[in-house]
Design a protein around this ligand. Structure first.
Ligand code: AMP
Length: 486
């Protein structure tokens, strides 16, 4: 399998516009109607490859714009079949999209309808749990694009409701989830009914050995198209893992807040004592901070939360138990100042941001002793975490934090039940000055720069776009931190 390389020259280029693509005017009009001007990274990479006719293995998941990345070029390729004829025989299925769930299938179908709206190409969706009859009627009318969940599609194939003999394009969307659900035998059967000569696109958030095997069996010389967007948990949360020394963590939080223009954030720590100390330290830094932990009364917690919601507090330093269940709309970012002892807590913590379709950022600080804990998160997320060195540019003198909280006090917030990882971790080792991990200045990989450029692009006018990530720096926090004046 070949990986697609992004030439250096393209890295700093502004995000590519849809209008630069060799697309039919009807498709470009639909894209403009949807309010999209520039392509997301996965679109910029995948669309030309799909147009070229190559099989694709796409490493992307919901939230990256992957649906448009495959539907738009496939519609373009099918434009030659566009015909005003109403005869069903003239509308055999040309493109088949298989998706794991009815929700995803429905979502893909809505996208396809949006992009095909000015063309004569027809599409429909079939999934289980509802009456087959209306679906059968639609299928019998003839459609060029069929979106389906595997089980229900097999029902329709058995009932001879659809003709798949002319399928030219197949998309396996969220292939990893299809395998997790146990759709492999269904997929194998469906694929065995399709013409051998076809273009196949496989999208997956992870590339497990099973996915690779599937690709080897059904894709021909695929091109790997991926974007560095480590967001395997909540699709709208950008997760970054930074290697930061204990003494530098507070400065790193300040620098990230400043550089990203983040207005409010929850900073998670593992202990009550750590929360109280860190909150005081941030207060000394001039940030309006409250601590939220188990030693605070319910009344104090509610007050802290109300102040945070009202925007009177910039940072909430919280422990897991105290923060559980908080619903704070549009929280732009969370920090895992201490990597959680339990991988499930990682998922809960980052679930505080990127809620209800809003985008969010999750920064996790990893030090040299956290290997086992990152390993547990990797196991849970079923993906390798990329821990990047973090370069501190803060010129101010660093003030050391009090001794690391978890060395002295780390178990007070956990339920009484014994947990496997409550054994004392060894004291943190400082990295030697010559350690390449710590000395190497942080340079985001090329793909991240492309993603960042896309993130910075102005929001399209269309409502409901979950991709735009604009965090308006509030005057006060930005001024305090010496960053951009909001
Ligand atoms: P997806 O990853 O396909 O589920 O898409 C996630 C969201 O991004 C959907 O709400 C799309 O409508 C939106 N979207 C797709 N492409 C773009 C684009 N080029 N610019 C802005 N938003 C987009």
């Amino acid at each position: 399998m070949q990986a697609e390389n992004t030439p250096e020259a393209q890295v700093d280029a502004p995000p590519a516009r849809f209008s630069t693509l060799p697309l039919d005017a009807k498709l470009l009009r639909a894209v403009a109607d949807a309010g999209y001007e520039t392509m997301t990274p996965i679109q910029a990479k995948a669309i030309p490859v799909v147009l070229s006719g190559r099989d694709v293995m796409g490493a992307a998941q919901t939230g990256t714009g992957k649906t448009a990345a495959f539907s738009i070029p496939l519609l373009q390729k099918m434009m030659r079949h566009e015909s005003a004829s109403v005869s069903p025989a003239r509308h055999p299925v040309r493109a088949l999209v298989l998706a794991p769930t009815r929700e995803l299938a429905d979502q893909v179908a809505n996208n396809v309808k949006t992009y095909a709206r000015h063309t004569q190409l027809r599409s429909t969706v079939v999934f289980g749990g509802i009456d087959m009859k209306p679906q059968t009627l639609e299928l019998k009318k003839g459609v060029e694009v069929l979106i389906a969940t595997p089980g229900r599609l097999l029902d329709h194939i058995e009932a001879k409701n659809c003709n798949l003999s002319q399928v030219e394009y197949v998309v396996l969307d969220e292939a990893d989830r299809m395998l997790d659900i146990g759709f492999l035998p269904d997929l194998q059967r469906i694929l065995s009914y399709l013409p051998k000569t076809r273009q196949t696109l496989l999208f997956s958030a992870t590339f497990s050995p099973e996915i690779k095997k599937l690709a080897q069996s059904y894709l021909q010389d695929p091109l790997l198209v991926e974007v560095a967007r480590p967001n395997a948990t909540a699709s709208t949360v950008e997760q970054r893992f930074y290697r930061v020394e204990e003494d530098d963590k507070r400065a790193a939080v300040r620098q990230i807040l400043r550089e990203r223009g983040i207005t409010q954030s929850i900073v998670f720590v593992n202990s009550k004592l750590g929360a109280a100390r860190l909150a005081r330290a941030f207060e000394r830094d001039g940030l309006r901070t409250s601590a939220l932990h188990g030693d605070k009364s319910q009344d104090e917690r509610l007050k802290a939360l109300a102040a945070f919601k009202a925007g009177e507090v910039d940072l909430l330093v919280a422990t897991d138990v105290a923060a559980r269940g908080l619903d704070i709309a549009d929280l732009p970012a969370v920090f895992n100042y201490d990597i959680p002892f339990h991988a499930e807590d990682y998922v809960h913590r980052i679930g505080r941001t990127g809620r209800a379709g809003a985008s969010g950022l999750a920064f996790t600080f990893v030090d040299r002793d956290d290997g086992r804990l990152t390993g547990e998160i990797e196991k849970l997320l079923k993906k390798k975490l990329e821990v990047e060195p973090y370069e501190l540019r803060d010129e101010r003198p660093r003030r050391s934090l009090p001794p690391r909280a978890r060395e002295t006090d780390f178990s007070d917030e956990r339920p009484a039940a014994p947990r496997r990882s409550s054994a004392s971790p060894p004291p943190p080792r400082r990295a030697p000055a010559s350690d390449p991990f710590f000395d190497r200045p942080y340079e985001p990989p090329a793909e991240d720069q492309a993603t960042a450029a896309w993130d910075r692009a102005p929001a399209p006018a269309a409502a409901g776009n979950s991709l735009s990530r604009f965090i308006k720096p509030r005057r006060r926090i930005a001024a305090l931190l010496g960053g951009p004046k909001g």
